[in-house]
Design a protein around this ligand. Structure first.
Ligand code: SF4
Length: 267
């Protein structure tokens, strides 16, 4: 059966078979779920609502037990979260941690960062490589100091107006620092949606509007911080690019690719 064809997915422990169609490109987000009604706890729920709720609660429950603890996850300080997100680009979190602590220890405010020299920041970033991040960090410090009074702005339009901040970083700040209900979609989250929901794409996550729309559609009304972080950790620890571990996966029961990923999701 190919992508885009109807396929019935057995979800849960076999009590019910829920008709779930693959997400298959343009327009699929609106039509992917069949709308048959399901009687559950005396309430009529649509298939889509029930499956989404199960998917969301599975991710959140898994995260609360298995989520990774990092210093930038123990704070709601927008500046610290911003620094962490810049350092985490194309970098493993374990590698970024000591660099993050040195940057925050020495340049704990945007003003201090703005006054740093490229040489000083590059020296701290040396274990990570990617030297151009020195300029990115200093320029962000300068923009925060000169335009926002040394604070990290609270609106999406202001955040993405800062050179060096894109949609993912802006949403990470809005969700993790300012507790706004917005999705966080990187390559690993895209991979989970492709494998689990059958979403198809040839675009990188940052450029895929349909993917972001799907992610918003599947975002829970509450506990969205834990859900967003849970998806990121699931992509890093379980639904990895290679050697995914379906046997350990909290959403295996609704995954369209479980135990049979033969081709890698588009990264
Ligand atoms: S069941 Fe396997 S392929 Fe599906 S989301 Fe989980 S780890 Fe990924």
């Amino acid at each position: 059966m190919g992508i885009g064809e109807d396929q019935t997915i057995s979800f849960g422990n076999g009590e019910a078979e829920w008709g779930l169609k693959r997400y298959s490109g343009a327009g699929a987000t609106q039509t992917a779920m069949t709308k048959a009604n399901l009687l559950e706890d005396g309430l009529m729920l649509t298939h889509e609502v029930a499956i989404k709720a199960r998917f969301q609660s599975s991710i959140i429950s898994w995260y609360l037990i298995n989520g990774r603890a990092y210093p930038w996850r123990q704070t709601t300080d927008a500046y610290k979260i911003l620094i962490a997100e810049i350092l985490l680009r194309l970098t493993g979190a374990w590698k970024a941690q000591s660099v993050y602590e040195r940057i925050i220890g020495k340049y704990g405010t945007p003003e201090l960062l703005a006054s740093a020299s490229v040489h000083e920041i590059t020296d701290i970033l040396r274990p990570l490589g990617l030297w151009n991040r020195s300029n990115t960090l200093i320029n962000i410090g300068k923009q925060l100091s000169s335009t926002f009074g040394g604070s990290v702005p609270r609106t999406y339009s202001e955040l993405v107006g800062i050179k060096g901040i894109g949609q993912y970083t802006a949403n990470a700040i809005l969700c993790l620092a300012y507790k706004e209900r917005v999705p966080m979609v990187d390559m690993s989250v895209s991979r989970i949606f492709q494998r689990c929901l059958g979403f198809t794409t040839n675009k990188p996550a940052y450029a895929d509007k349909e993917l972001w729309s799907l992610a918003l559609d599947w975002l829970p009304e509450t506990n969205y911080r834990e859900y967003n972080l849970g998806l990121l950790d699931l992509g890093a620890l379980v639904c990895k690019y290679i050697r995914q571990s379906c046997v350990d996966c909290p959403v295996a029961s609704c995954c369209q690719s479980r135990y049979r990923v033969t081709t890698h999701a588009k990264e």
